[in-house]
Design a protein around this ligand. Structure first.
Ligand SMILES: [Zn+2]
Length: 166
């Protein structure tokens, strides 16, 4: 660790982590470890370029997927894990592979070319903040009114809205 890195400990093998929370040193370690793992995975399983391409590290969604798969691989193959856990990892791998294929298809990347991410930019200006806040408050008000109505109904009885028989 350098003096500029955070005091946060790197995740032990098998433990999940958040990429955006890693210190520079930990990110350095994780990138290199993940690249080694991705190469092993692609070579071992003959993973097609339609599932993951050589530009995988340029796409956050791909990084998150393969990182999660790698973490799961560590956990499912841990010596303390049940003997059936490797077969469970393979099931997870199949699901992950399907999602990766969708990502790669949406990205338009291939073995020979990389397409820059087409970022979706949301409106985050004043109008958006006001409209969403207004929506949230109306939703909260509705919930409070529903809770009050439920409390009243519990006191006066569901079948007697007049409350006369209570
Ligand atoms: Zn790409």
């Amino acid at each position: 660790m350098t003096e500029t890195s955070s005091p946060m400990q790197p995740p032990p093998p098998g433990q999940p982590f958040k990429w955006d929370k890693l210190s520079a040193d930990d990110a350095h370690e994780q990138w290199h470890r993940l690249r080694t793992w991705v190469h092993w995975w692609v070579r071992t399983y003959g993973v097609a370029p339609s599932v993951i391409g050589p530009c995988w590290f340029k796409h956050a969604r791909i990084v998150e997927e393969v990182s999660a798969l790698e973490r799961a691989h560590e956990a499912f193959f841990d010596p303390a894990a049940p003997g059936s856990s490797p077969v469970m990892w393979h099931r997870e791998m199949e699901l992950c592979t399907s999602r990766l294929r969708t990502h790669m298809n949406n990205l338009g990347c291939s073995l020979a070319s990389h397409q820059a991410e087409r970022l979706v930019v949301w409106p985050t200006g004043r109008a958006y903040l006001e409209e969403s806040t207004e929506w949230f408050e109306a939703n909260v008000d509705h919930r409070e009114e529903a809770a009050e109505q439920a409390a009243i109904t519990a006191v006066i009885g569901v079948d007697d809205p007049t409350g006369v028989t209570k």
